[in-house]
Design a protein around this ligand. Structure first.
Ligand code: UD1
Length: 421
């Protein structure tokens, strides 16, 4: 069982490079299946979820090469249409391979997906997208099958699900005719997938709004693509500095997609400024924080609202705030498990339904805690770096799903943190 040990209560100062986006690269890897050549991705994060996606691609017949954040996927010889059960259970995004396989092979089978234990996370909207394109869908004994010739259609989502929008895109670019996705998610990762698909030859308009239009049925071709920086990993580091104090530079933080997070952390007292690079583009973010955070009222929601993935890290910040805060979770129903761990560290948090009331304490104290999920684990790292004494986080395997090496990154910022088993 992998553990992280932290001796906290010291400011974080230094510079780090932000890894490529986990949630961005996973649908892009699934998109590799839609062409018959070799895709080349750069700035790919070396994390468990990418390894799992590579395993799935190989299991259906792709050949993959991974070296130093560059991943090539040769999808010329796909034969399989079934996503292995073990992989689907490990990672929810494996369901994205279904849309792509359905598009390429006319058939796809999978088991109900797993992933973090943060709520029920059904896949009904994914299946609604497939049937909206004319595919037949069968659900039986925990298995899902979809097959048939797809044609452009109108898909109407009652909730802007990120994964279902991505699956709808992956399937509809191969469906002949025009498709309209209404109620689409506007997340930067959806825009990233559309931009990759366009570079592969697809005709897509309207991404970044709730209505995406696709002219499908075109032959797509191989391309090379640089995965953008991970806004959630960058946000995790910003919350850690806001909690522990310090002065840090995050190179490659995707500033444009972090507006709500930056505004919220500025509200807590952090001084965060963009670093302007060559040609006037933003090359990163510079954060300075002194003293205790100010309290806040934060509500998670679909983009551009505050990301649910940073709700737990924000809980760590607000546990140390000078006053009372309220955090409302509107996306996933069971995402406050980390609150119980923070309470073990001395936080004063009461959860009622989808709301957490946080009465900030002057100090948290290190103790033994458990990472229940990926972002909850990262939140405990942020709390441990701010807390006095030693924090030991158990079950850090969840953290490895999404962060290349969270200990290495915080060591660069002067943190006394290491993997211990
Ligand atoms: C993606 C992100 C995840 C993030 C989430 C919300 C990836 C790999 N993961 O997950 O990090 O927390 O977006 O920003 O990109 N829902 C349904 N039926 C469905 C699909 C979803 O009811 O078929 C519900 C879910 O239970 C949840 C809500 O919709 O309550 C949001 O889920 P969704 O946007 O689909 O999240 P994911 O794509 O799984």
């Amino acid at each position: 069982m992998s553990e992280i040990r932290i001796c906290g209560y010291r400011p974080l100062s230094g510079e780090i490079n932000v890894q490529g986006s986990k949630n961005g690269v996973l649908p892009m890897l699934a998109a590799s299946l839609l062409q018959r050549g070799t895709m080349r991705f750069t700035n790919v994060p070396i994390i468990q979820d990418v390894a799992c996606m590579v395993g799935i691609l190989e299991s259906v017949g792709c050949r993959c090469w991974f070296g130093r954040n560059v991943l090539s996927v040769d999808a010329s010889g796909i034969l399989g249409t079934e996503i292995p059960k073990a992989d689907v259970k490990k990672m929810r995004s494996s369901i994205l391979v279904m849309g792509a396989l359905l598009g390429r092979m006319g058939k796809a089978g999978a088991w109900y997906p797993g992933g973090c234990s943060i709520g029920s996370r059904p896949v009904d909207l994914h299946l609604l997208a497939f049937s909206g394109l004319g595919a037949c869908v069968k659900e039986e004994d925990g298995r899902i099958e979809a097959w048939g010739r797809m044609e452009g259609g109108r898909i109407l989502f009652p909730f802007p699900s990120v994964g279902a929008t991505e699956n709808a895109l992956l399937a509809s670019v191969m469906a002949a005719g025009e498709t309209e996705i209404c109620g689409a998610a506007k997340e930067p990762e959806v825009i990233g997938l559309c931009s990759l698909l366009r570079q592969m030859g697809a005709l897509i308009e309207g991404d970044g709004t709730d209505r995406i239009r696709i002219k499908g049925g075109r032959e797509l071709h191989e391309t090379e693509y640089a995965v953008p920086g991970d806004r959630i990993a960058a946000g995790t580091y910003l919350t850690a500095v806001t909690a522990a104090g310090g002065d840090a530079v995050l190179w490659g933080a995707p500033w444009e997609s972090m507006e709500t997070v930056i505004r919220s952390l500025r509200g807590c007292g952090a001084d965060i400024e963009p670093i302007i690079g060559v040609g006037g583009t933003v090359a990163g973010a510079h954060i300075r924080m002194e003293g205790r955070p100010k309290p806040a009222r934060i509500r998670t929601g679909p983009y551009p609202e505050f990301p649910t993935d940073l709700q737990s890290p924000m809980l760590s910040v607000l546990s140390l705030a000078e006053g009372e805060s309220v955090l409302t979770e509107t996306v996933f129903e069971a995402r406050f498990k980390t609150a119980g761990e923070l309470v073990k560290m001395g936080a004063d948090i009461s959860v009622s339904g989808n709301q957490a009331m946080i009465r900030g304490r002057e100090r948290l104290s290190g103790t033994r805690v458990r990472a229940w999920d990926l972002r909850g684990g990262a939140a405990l790292v942020a709390a441990g770096l701010a807390a006095s004494g030693e924090t030991v986080i158990e079950d850090c395997i969840h953290i490895e799903r999404g962060y290349e090496d969270i200990c290495r990154d915080f060591q660069f910022l002067g943190g006394d943190i290491c993997w211990s088993a």
